[in-house]
Design a protein around this ligand. Sequence first.
Ligand SMILES: Cc1cc2nc3c(=O)[nH]c(=O)nc-3n(C[C@H](O)[C@H](O)[C@H](O)COP(=O)(O)OP(=O)(O)OC[C@H]3O[C@@H](n4cnc5c(N)ncnc54)[C@H](O)[C@@H]3O)c2cc1C
Length: 502
Amino acid sequence: MIIKKDKDVIKNYFEDNSGIVGAYADFVAIAENENDVCEFLSEMSKSSIPVTIVGKLTGNTASGLAFGGSILSLEGLNKISEIEKIEKENIQTENAYISVQVGARVDDIKLKVAKEGWMYPPDPTEKNASIGGNISTNASGARGFKFGATRNYVQALKVVFSDGSYSFIERGKYFADENGSITFDTNQGKRYITLPRYHLPKIKNAAGYHNYPGADLIDIFIGSEGTICVILEAVLKLIPHFKSIFGGIIFFQDRKDAYEFVDKVKNLSKDTQKRKLKNSISAMSLEYFDKNALLLMENDYPVIPKNVEVGIMFEQDVYENNRDILTEKWIEVIEDSDINLENVWAASNVAELEQFRIFRHKIPERVNEMIKKNKIPKLGTDFAVPEGKLLEIIDYCDKKFKAIDVFNLTFGHIGENHLHANILAANIEEYNKCKQIYVDIVEKVVEIGGTVSAEHGIGKARHIFLEKMFGEEGFQEMAKFKKSFDKSCILGQDNIFPKKYL
Ligand SMILES: Cc1cc2nc3c(=O)[nH]c(=O)nc-3n(C[C@H](O)[C@H](O)[C@H](O)COP(=O)(O)OP(=O)(O)OC[C@H]3O[C@@H](n4cnc5c(N)ncnc54)[C@H](O)[C@@H]3O)c2cc1C
């Protein structure tokens, strides 16, 4: 274990993308091997020293920021193994898996498997995040519309608990019984835990510990934001890589036309998936950029026409020799929607689509730069709402934004009814005014059955919003649940729920 105490060195671990300032720790422990982690945790437990686990600190919610105690960095545990293929009896390859240590960069994993014809589908926009961070926040991205979140591709995990014991959890091995209790094996014997009793909305969600009747234990660790275990290794499920890809960003002068187009593509894509059709539209992503998000990018991207209200991005992946047929189908749906092809920024291959990713990445990046410059915490929503409720919440946000004169912009995963509305306060007075707007939006989201976080998690920055979903009773349940894994309560203090509940 490498221990760093020099203030000038460890200050690099005191900042993530939440804009929250004031993080501090006594020292940073950088694990050189897995055994280091077990020994370190056992020692910290005995001395009751808080441990904040960090990946690459690209998180948006301060969940990787320490406020006292120690920081455990897993940056050195970054091995990516060879792909393991599971072959069918008739010798056709059906599935492939890859084992990784948690410090590995997600993008390095994606690039490695792509070279061998496989795809690790989750694609959060931030390329530098670690796979440990992605698993601990159940990250997702634009392609979540077709593939879902990180959870869907985690097949097994090696986890270490705060007493230094560890366990290898495979998907499909340990399930909750009718009372919500799960018994599982560790290297130091059996452990028992009981799931919290609150219910999660049945939509894309990254708010609170995951649970559902008959839950698979592995799902509990995914999205647990560094509060119940240190994840050391993961076995990830891969799928065959697409043969080719194309896509476009369509610019709309009228918002209504954009929403109608999205609805049409969503319905077609769902039908294609349900009926396993080969030659029909099945969008891989469906993304939304509002007028102000486009305005922010206008100088860098002359391709954006003047006076547009909305941009909708789509990607179509192609697995068979039917690219021409699929292209025709997209042109048909675009023309049927009376869209002028001059208002489409088209991409016909991976390299051109990479420009879309850069474009998408630049928006939150610009937002983060502005936030850092103003030294004001980030006010960005991460809500998702049930099918059929999106326009209601967009209208609600619009009304709220009109009532204040503060720059705001919205972008996100419209295919999953999941949007990031950002309010960019210039000073603390504006921030306080905007905070109330944010709370109002959160209350509306909860009222219509949505979630306050669909992909970034809660961290330390969003307790008050999570409380709107689960109330104080929910926090008490979560604290009890955490303690059943982390008796000494040293891991990720103040993440997900306030530490006063411990
Ligand atoms: C420009 C930009 C774009 C982004 N786009 C997306 C996006 O599209 N989708 C998305 O979901 N997120 C996005 N994010 C947020 C961020 O990249 C994700 O939350 C990511 O999962 C964080 O990974 P990390 O390695 O940086 O983790 P950190 O920020 O270091 O940590 C995040 C959390 O994970 C815990 N953790 C990390 N490693 C472990 C481990 N091994 N064991 C247990 N706990 C651990 C930490 O304690 C903390 O609670 C974006 C961020 C930026 C800056």
